[in-house]
Design a protein around this ligand. Sequence first.
Ligand code: NAI
Ligand SMILES: Nc1nc(O)c(N)c(N[C@@H]2O[C@H](COP(=O)(O)O)[C@@H](O)[C@H]2O)n1
Length: 225
Amino acid sequence: MRPYVIVNVAVSADGKLSTRERRQVKISGKEDFDRVDEIKAGCDAIMVGIGTVLADDPSLTIKSADRIAERVRNGKPEHPVRIVVDSQARTPPDAKILHKGPGLRIIAVSLAAPEENISALKNHAEIIQAGEVTVDLPVLLTKLAEKGIKRLMVEGGGTLIWGMLSAGLVDELTMFVGNIIIGGKDAPTLADGTGYVLESDFPVLERMDVIPMEEGVLIHWKVRK
Ligand SMILES: NC(=O)C1=CN([C@@H]2O[C@H](COP(=O)(O)OP(=O)(O)OC[C@H]3O[C@@H](n4cnc5c(N)ncnc54)[C@H](O)[C@@H]3O)[C@@H](O)[C@H]2O)C=CC1
Ligand SMILES: Nc1nc(O)c(N)c(N[C@@H]2O[C@H](COP(=O)(O)O)[C@@H](O)[C@H]2O)n1
């Protein structure tokens, strides 16, 4: 058993998530951020990789007061559980994700995470250990399901999304494709990691919707099982 997984990203027209220095850039605007906020509000948890925390220092909170109020009316916590996939427990103890807004945070670490790093995070987050050297994503998702997380949004970055896709753990993908070219062979893309060699291994997507939005386009895919 695992949660239903939605990956959401904004990519440039050339498929990049950010610059080669991993500097966050404005790919989409207010309308897209509001759409993302709505997906977040419908999820039990939001997950990012440690690369995203170190690069962007996101809070991953819900921004709309109306959506927060609706969640509370429905007996849910104000914000979804915020999860960092962080093999070595490198999340800075002052990271925004640990301090902005109320609610549970989970840092998923491997058995190789240094004990002093874990100790520095214990006061701010629940620590889940899964995997020997890197976080074992299928094991983590099983543990999240046991905690009642049914719907999980993954915000990136490219390494974590690759890990999720290559383990067959993604159900839906929504991507805003913006009208800029970032360029650079070292700039992160939607799916980094090692990549596939065999065509028979490629995940195949089913196109659900294509919507012109702002100066770009929103594409909604389902992963064919
Ligand atoms: N445009 C957009 O929508 C978004 C862009 N980004 C960008 O993505 C970049 C960060 O991406 P990355 O550097 O790729 O870092 P990432 O956020 O994907 O984190 C990757 C890290 O997760 C950890 N990890 C542990 N177990 C893992 C596993 N089994 N599979 C995969 N990762 C595992 C590893 O330490 C790995 O280095 C930043 O530049 C950020 O701005 C991030 C989120 C959204
Ligand atoms: N949807 C979207 N459009 C863009 O143009 C972006 N640059 C991003 N980036 C990601 O959004 C997250 C922001 O989180 P908070 O507002 O701090 O909660 C962060 O992870 C960025 O990488 N997304």
